[in-house]
Design a protein around this ligand. Sequence first.
Ligand code: AMP
Ligand code: MN
Ligand code: MN
Length: 331
Amino acid sequence: MTDDLSASLQAAAEVLRAATDVTLLAHVNPDADALGSALALGLALRRLGKTVRVSFGAPEEVPETLRDLDAAGLLVPATEVPRSPEVLVALDTGSVGRLGPLADRLGTAGQVVVLDHHVSNPGFGTVNVVDVEAEATALVVLRLLDVLGVELDEPVARCVYAGLVTDTRSFRHARPATHEVAARLLAAGVDGEAVARPLMDSHPFGYLGMLAKVLARASLDVAAVGGRGFVHAVVTLEDAAGMRPEEVESVVDLVRTTAEAEVAAVLKELRPSYWSVSLRAVSAVDVREVAQLLGGGGHRLAAGFTAEGDAAVVLEKLRGALEAVGSKALG
Ligand code: AMP
Ligand code: MN
Ligand code: MN
């Protein structure tokens, strides 16, 4: 860990120790890293006697598979986030826009602590702990808990594990030290399979029918990205009817298995003609750069952006950005 990171961790711990009321925010459409990180820190701060709430800008519903992490009932709807929070903590949120409708609280909060692992994070807090080496924000939170001297009990460890197991794709992308963190979490009582299965391997039967439709329309362009291959699929509102966000989000995990493609994309229709796009790369193309050209962000091998319009138009824009970045990767 760099000196800068140690210093910013100490600064974050000082702000939190001095606080009486802390509001923790995950990014919009929160995943297990965002909410797991927020809930882990929230549980710890509650134990230190703080008033704590956890929220996120959108959607209104908490993803079903993440509700179990909220052992102490810390989650509140976005409408219950104070106008001027004493201390605001933004977790796993690579840019201001990812706070969605709650981004305005950055201007009214007394202090803003940013805990993140996105290389593109501009450091929009008064204290910024951005560890780009960390495979998950949950690791940054665990470091902070250690600085705060909070005991790592099972409910806290479970939240950290949830973020870690998902962002590392079941520890495939994990340094040796990160495996050691996993061992520590298991030793704290986490049941790894019980946490991971609902998050990654469990869907209602209707999922199979949705997949059959969506995957049948998937399309492969082997010549794209300088011959490295591009595969994509589209999940319309009609396809997603009756499905949870969890089912829609997991489509990219199947599409990305296409051996002929370096880059995979899934267009997910959130409301009519408004798309959230998931990008994945195997190893050679930096899809964060692609996403950033289109107003989004993310990591080198997993990124995303949102776009308006017909799916065909969004795809054309995506192909343009892919060629711009792909030719650089090859050149
Ligand atoms: P997803 O495909 O939704 O699982 O997202 C993959 C990664 O891309 C996330 O970890 C985020 O860092 C990032 N990301 C996704 N959507 C956006 C967006 N609209 N703007 C910025 N970053 C995004
Ligand atoms: Mn995330
Ligand atoms: Mn993350």
